[in-house]
Design a binder for this molecule. Structure first.
Ligand code: NAD
Length: 479
């Protein structure tokens, strides 16, 4: 199926009629083409957004809220269609797309549709100066949203929903690897009555289409989620234009398991935090540290449970591990397994490609556990972003804390313990934007979301996102 750009409420071919093949990860086949958009397409999207901006920013909060909630309802009504499209495009199990990705995209619109009606600003009476100060939170204008392939609609809408709720108009680009659900979103927006030009979706490559959004002098803010190297590049391009930037980047998150945890709960969740979405979630706990006392027991149980997981075609209801997103990504992940062997890592399970009968050209890889000899090795330091985790034992709280923090990233961390004091000590000291204790990826959309160090700059989520997508203006009135 071929897809088109969505500009000014209509679907358009790219101006230069250039296209990119879209591959299905489950069987390796090309199943459609997507626009290879140029600067001119981005400019057209910008013009549509710019000409709609003043009107959209003047709509009442109730009206904006109503439309966002309507989009949410329509996504829910179209759950099966969106989940099938997302699973085919990305390789993720359809069960996951149905239970998590598409419902979360719907929640993003509902949440920000409600949040905007509660978004209050401060006022201060300046006693003694006979003045009152208040803060206006004004939309920025035209903003850019650029998202990755791992949670396509989930992350695309995590940006778009607050941006338009706050009164901005948007030029957005989903990943060229997984454009399908963003394409379908255009139809839904029209049906929900979103005025044309509020949301414009341009498809294409990062280095050209994405770069054109970042370089556009009048797109004043960029919300980006993707790799750390791309984020650094975007920051360099955007800095001379003083753009507002939100960068949600890579992770190499520790999963720290103490002997006093609820073992069964920890084991079940650790399987999910290691391999959900084929390990292609920025929040996955890809470095597992286990207290020495229970290390051997954990190793045996963990590996046995992983061996029972089914790697298979994403559309089969009982598939646990689907296909990796692309051939180049599969090759990258396999290369890390070779690096692990060179670094004297022990492959406890997995490590090989899987041939799924009938889909021999799909990009399947066994869930892989590597026992590493030390925490400095490359597989323990670099983001692999696939179904690969490292494990190693630790003796004390201090040593594990040091190892947990000894990476360039700082997105999330998970601790398993029933010791309250230890929970407090560790949570305070872990270098991460999110710390989960006795759970993983439990999200409340009101909370700030983002990373420290090479995992990003800025926070999204809740009012943080609405703050990002608005400029604060102080008005001081002397009376
Ligand atoms: P990527 O950086 O290659 O691409 C992300 C998006 O940026 C895509 O739409 C791409 O086309 C675009 N892009 C690439 N080069 C660009 C440029 N020069 N200018 C503008 N846009 C450009 O990342 P990816 O491979 O799609 O996603 C995987 C990465 O995303 C991983 O590192 C993962 O950790 C990270 N991620 C982070 C979060 C988070 O919330 N922190 C969430 C999901 C994924």
């Amino acid at each position: 199926m071929n897809i088109q750009n969505y500009i000014n409420g209509k679907f358009h071919n790219p101006i230069e009629n250039n296209w990119i093949d879209n591959h299905c990860p489950a069987n390796g086949e090309v199943y459609g083409q997507i626009p290879n958009s140029t600067k001119v397409d981005v400019e057209n999207a910008y013009i549509a957004a710019k000409s709609t901006f003043p009107l959209w920013s003047q709509t009442t909060l109730e009206e904006r809220s109503r439309i966002l909630i309507r989009i949410s309802e329509l996504l829910e009504a179209n759950l099966d269609r969106f989940a099938a499209a997302e699973s085919k495009d990305n390789g993720k199990p359809i069960s996951l797309a149905k239970a998590v990705d598409i419902p979360r995209a719907a929640s993003n619109f509902r949440f920000f549709g409600n949040a905007i009606t509660q978004f209050a600003s401060e006022s201060h009476e300046s006693i003694g100066q006979q003045a009152v100060n208040y803060t206006l939170r004004q939309p920025i204008g035209v903003v850019g949203c650029i998202s990755p392939w791992n949670l396509p609609l989930y992350l695309f809408t995590w940006k778009i929903a607050p941006a338009i709720a706050a009164g901005n108009c948007v030029v957005a680009k989903p990943s060229e690897v997984t454009p399908m659900s963003a394409y379908l979103l255009g139809e839904i927006c029209n049906e929900a009555g979103l005025p044309k030009g509020v949301l414009n979706i341009v498809h294409g490559l990062g280095g050209s289409t994405g770069q054109a959004i970042v370089e556009h002098p009048d797109i004043k803010a960029i919300s980006f989620t993707g790799g750390t190297a791309t984020g650094a590049h975007i920051a360099r391009v955007a800095a001379p234009m003083f753009k507002k930037l939100s960068l949600e980047l890579g992770g190499k998150n520790p999963n720290i398991i103490f002997a006093d945890c609820d073992y069964e709960d920890m084991l079940n969740t650790t399987i999910r935090s290691s391999f959900a979405n084929q390990g292609q979630i920025c929040l996955c706990g890809s470095r597992i540290f286990v207290e020495e006392k229970i290390y051997e027991q954990f190793k045996t149980d963990f590996v046995a449970r992983i061996k029972a997981l089914k790697t298979g075609h994403p559309s089969e209801a009982d598939t646990n591990i689907g296909a990796l997103v692309s051939k180049p990504h599969l090759e990258k992940v396999k290369e890390y397994i070779n690096i692990a062997k060179e670094e004297n890592g022990i492959i406890l399970c997995g490590g090989n490609e899987v041939t799924v009968a009938g889909y021999e050209n799909g990009y399947y890889l066994e869930p892989t556990v590597i026992e590493v000899p030390n925490d400095d090795c490359r597989v323990n330091q670099e983001e692999i972003f696939g179904p690969v985790v490292t494990i190693m034992p630790f003796k004390t709280e201090d040593t594990v804390l040091q190892m947990a923090n000894k990476v360039k990233y700082g997105l999330s961390a998970t601790i398993w313990t029933n010791d309250l004091k230890r929970t407090m000590r560790m949570s305070n000291q872990l270098q991460a934007g999110i710390v989960w204790v006795n759970t993983w990826m439990m999200r409340d959309l009101r909370t700030p979301f983002g990373g420290v160090k090479a995992s990003g700059v800025g926070r999204e989520g809740g009012f943080e996102a609405l703050r990002f997508f608005t400029e604060a203006k102080n008005v001081c009135i002397k009376y």
